[in-house]
Write a new protein. Structure first.
Length: 215
């Protein structure tokens, strides 16, 4: 059975991936907390080395990330740790796919009075998207690399409020945040593309705003 390794898999998008693909792949979940197969912090170089030495996934979902006021912590997780895993799995995997979970914020140009921590986060996600794009274009190995860049997803990331929404109901308005399961569905579509097709990045915007008026 093919193997899918997912970082940041205890909740949110990572957990949605594990649930969505559980019947198609042997799932290796990785996170600092929660009920996962590999418990550890990806900023720990020895833990990253352990993951790379132990596993050769068919699909690597590079999902773990943070958004903090600290520049060093943000880049240590979102760029250095995620980039190191990206680099090493790309070298090790004989074929397959790497899905980097970036952010729509990677495309933001900034605005007057933008807060420091948003600058750090946006820049870190842009770096991950750029690394993904460079590998996708370079084609050194038969490993397809894709960056998924979603906007507002209904998760607790950055201590956001999780909205209780029945996504199976019809009539949801345009201001509804995306369910994390939708990002997994997008990845499923990417993985189903013929081997000669590479989706280097995909930007997913939506209309959701926390204080948007409801029709």
């Amino acid at each position: 059975m093919p193997v899918m390794l997912i970082t940041g898999a205890s909740k949110g998008i990572g957990r949605a991936f594990a649930e969505h693909f559980k019947d198609k792949y042997e799932i290796v979940t990785v996170a600092r907390t929660g009920d996962v197969i590999e418990k550890g912090d990806i900023t720990d170089s020895k833990f990253r080395q352990h993951l790379v030495e132990k596993y050769t996934p068919t699909v690597f979902v590079n999902n773990a990330g943070i958004k903090t006021y600290a520049f060093n912590s943000t880049f240590e997780t979102n760029v250095m740790a995620a980039g190191d895993l990206l680099s090493n799995f790309y070298r090790k995997m004989p074929k397959g796919d790497i899905i980097n979970i970036s952010s729509f914020s990677a495309n933001a140009k900034g605005w007057d009075s933008i807060s420091d921590f948003k600058i750090w986060y946006n820049a870190s996600k842009r770096a991950l998207s750029e690394m993904s794009d460079y590998l996708s274009v370079a084609k050194h190995r038969p490993v397809r690399v894709t960056a998924i860049e979603p906007n507002n997803v209904n998760t607790s990331f950055n201590k956001s409020k999780i909205h209780k929404i029945d996504y199976s109901k019809s009539g949801l308005d345009i201001y509804t945040p995306m369910p994390p399961s939708y990002i997994a569905e997008v990845a499923d579509w990417i993985l189903k593309q013929p081997p000669y097709v590479v989706i280097s990045n995909i930007k997913i915007d939506n209309f959701y705003r926390a204080n948007a008026p409801r029709p």
